[in-house]
Design a binder for this molecule. Sequence first.
Ligand SMILES: CC(C)(COP(=O)(O)OP(=O)(O)OC[C@H]1O[C@@H](n2cnc3c(N)ncnc32)[C@H](O)[C@@H]1OP(=O)(O)O)[C@@H](O)C(=O)NCCC(=O)NCCS
Length: 146
Amino acid sequence: MPVVSLREITAETVRAICDLAPHEVQSGFVASNAVSIAQAHFNPAAVFRAVYAGDEPVGFIMWRPENDGVSCFLWRFMIDGRHQGKGYGREAIALWLKRLPALGYRLARTSYVPGAAGPHGFYLGQGFKDTGEQRANGERVMELLL
Ligand SMILES: CC(C)(COP(=O)(O)OP(=O)(O)OC[C@H]1O[C@@H](n2cnc3c(N)ncnc32)[C@H](O)[C@@H]1OP(=O)(O)O)[C@@H](O)C(=O)NCCC(=O)NCCS
């Protein structure tokens, strides 16, 4: 498997990252990368990176601190449909989780839209647990103690 890395997005790469998309059937589970990058520019605490497999861009990840000072919220995460099922998602999440304790975080949290083809099973496989919390928009919350 090529080495997976999280890389900063640049003027040269932003177009390629915006062109990445999940399978059509998954489109309701995550915003487009273009929308996520635009939103990040209005949230100074947000951090976003491209997921690379070797030198090929394959996905996108974005996170932000929560207000409690110890939780980091995985805001957006996707692997392009052509690159799914190759272990890149698992590697990318592992890389993200690994860096959090040194930044002072003790908890990783995320939320997902329930539904067939959704990411719930993926997150369970990475160690996240359901909190039982449901957001006003219907998303369900999961967390992982670091
Ligand atoms: C969820 C997603 C990021 C997974 O990426 P991926 O690169 O295909 O995942 P991997 O190949 O690393 O899979 C790792 C493991 O999770 C499993 N898995 C992957 N997607 C799954 C799903 N939707 N449900 C259950 N298990 C899943 C794989 O079978 C694999 O299992 P294994 O450890 O037993 O081999 C990808 O399907 C995606 O981008 N989905 C659309 C966007 C989305 O829903 N993002 C989350 C927003 S909250």
